[in-house]
Design a protein around this ligand. Structure first.
Ligand code: HEC
Ligand code: HEC
Length: 169
């Protein structure tokens, strides 16, 4: 290894400072999001607690994936379904933008942590009404019509607020 020339050393120090400033800005932003999430969750009290490590991922998920429909709770679909949905622009009857790589990674970590692998021989479900996990969460519920994202709120009055802990039959 050769010793860096004074010019290189100054340059390296500048790059180091820039990286440190960037890291500080990112962690401040993350702390801000995490804090507001934690406050929001403790305000509601009925929403499933999300571990701090996944709160940024959840916030990004709700920001990116709830502009057209309610947020779909991760546990109602298998992990493999989420993986495919996050990587495709062909989205049901519409076209969506691919998520920026960094967001996509954090969202995937959150969704994968709160869902489980597809474990039956049935086809991978892309609708909650076809999902064994959705059915397992509704063991005794009788649906008068096949559930869709537009009908969740008929029983879960707080579905728009991503709260599925409250329900009425
Ligand atoms: C541009 C609008 C739009 C955006 C943004 C969007 N979706 Fe959708 N999504 C739709 C439409 C339209 C459907 C099909 C109709 C319906 O069920 O409401 C759908 C259906 C779904 C379904 C199937 C639900 C079911 O049981 O039928 C899932 C799951 C889903 N979206 C997840 C996501 C995820 C994850 C994201 C973020 C990466 C996302 N959506 C972003 C428009 C959108
Ligand atoms: C006909 C009423 C009804 C509809 C429609 C309905 N649910 Fe539910 N849901 C319930 C009931 C009742 C429970 C509690 C079941 C139990 O614990 O036995 C429940 C439980 C859940 C849970 C578990 C909550 C927890 O933390 O314990 C989730 C998640 C959920 N529903 C999501 C959804 C989604 C997403 C939709 C729309 C696709 C939906 N539900 C539509 C009645 C309904």
């Amino acid at each position: 290894m050769t010793t860096p020339s004074p010019f290189n050393r100054t340059l390296l120090r500048r790059i180091g400072q820039l990286l440190a400033a960037f890291a500080a800005a990112v962690s401040l932003a993350l702390i801000g999001v995490g804090l507001s999430q934690a406050l929001a969750a403790s305000d509601i009290g009925t929403v499933d607690p999300v571990a701090p490590a996944y709160q940024v991922g959840q916030a990004l998920y709700l920001e990116r994936c709830t502009s057209c429909h309610i947020g779909v709770p991760p546990e109602v679909l298998p992990r493999e379904t989420w993986q495919i949905l996050l990587n495709e622009t062909d989205h049901y009857s519409t076209v969506i933008d691919l998520l920026p790589r960094f967001d996509s990674q954090l969202i995937a970590n959150y969704l994968h942590t709160y869902s489980r692998p597809h474990s039956t021989s049935a086809l991978l479900p892309f609708h909650v009404r076809d999902s064994a996990y959705f059915q397992a969460l509704h063991p005794a519920v009788e649906f008068s019509r096949p559930p869709t994202l537009r009908t969740c709120a008929s029983c879960h009055a707080q579905a728009e607020a991503f709260n599925f802990r409250e329900w009425q039959d």
